[in-house]
Design a protein around this ligand. Structure first.
Ligand code: ZN
Length: 196
């Protein structure tokens, strides 16, 4: 293979991290931790920040995503929807591209829950490539959570419906990252088997 493209090989990773990328990303991780402070995950009461960290880890280590704007959007992806964070704060600190992705990943909470779920299916194919990547990893994390730590009032049927909805959203995201799509499919397969 050609040596012309060092960015394509994982072993070259440290050569193309710029300090400013790393500084922005570190700042975003700290910012997200502060914003989600005191929040917990529904099922098992884990700190909320474990979820964006899982999404980030899936992107970096299964999806091999190396775009710092996408990784930064991943750690921030629930801040506008689930905390008091404004889009102005995100734009000012992390730039318009990151903010655009976070907005694409934020449901409009003024709408009823069922409508928001329909809109996620409708909007998925129109998302930017970066937002599609984060959403794919988000759905892997959400389905794993719904299987391993379902909220106490979720029966088997509710969990099954949740998986089916996730599959419909992900149908609109396909074509962006094979390893993440395979990880999603594997997760769904395990989940469906466990609910038989
Ligand atoms: Zn999320």
């Amino acid at each position: 293979m050609s040596q012309q493209n060092p960015g394509s090989a994982r072993s070259h990773f440290p050569e193309f991290i710029s300090m400013s990328d790393l500084a922005m990303f570190t700042n975003a991780a700290y910012f997200a931790a502060q914003k989600h402070r005191g929040q917990t995950r529904k099922g098992n009461g884990d700190p909320y920040i474990n979820h964006p960290l899982e999404v980030l880890n899936l992107l970096a280590n299964i999806g091999n995503v190396e775009d710092f704007n996408v990784l930064t959007a991943a750690i921030l992806h629930d801040t506008i929807e689930d905390t008091e964070t404004t889009k102005e704060e995100i734009t000012e600190r992390f730039g318009a591209e990151v903010c655009g992705m976070v907005l694409e990943l934020s449901d409009d909470k003024s709408l009823p829950k069922e409508r928001r779920k329909e809109l996620q299916i409708e909007h998925a194919p129109q998302l930017s490539r970066g937002a599609k990547l984060v959403k794919l990893a988000d759905k892997i994390s959400n389905i794993r959570d719904a299987m391993e730590n379902p909220p106490a009032d979720w029966d088997i049927r509710r969990r099954r419906e949740y998986i089916e909805w996730g599959e419909k959203v992900v149908a609109g995201l396909r074509g962006v990252n094979e390893p993440l799509e395979a990880a999603f499919d594997g997760m769904v397969e395990r989940a469906v088997r466990s609910l038989r």
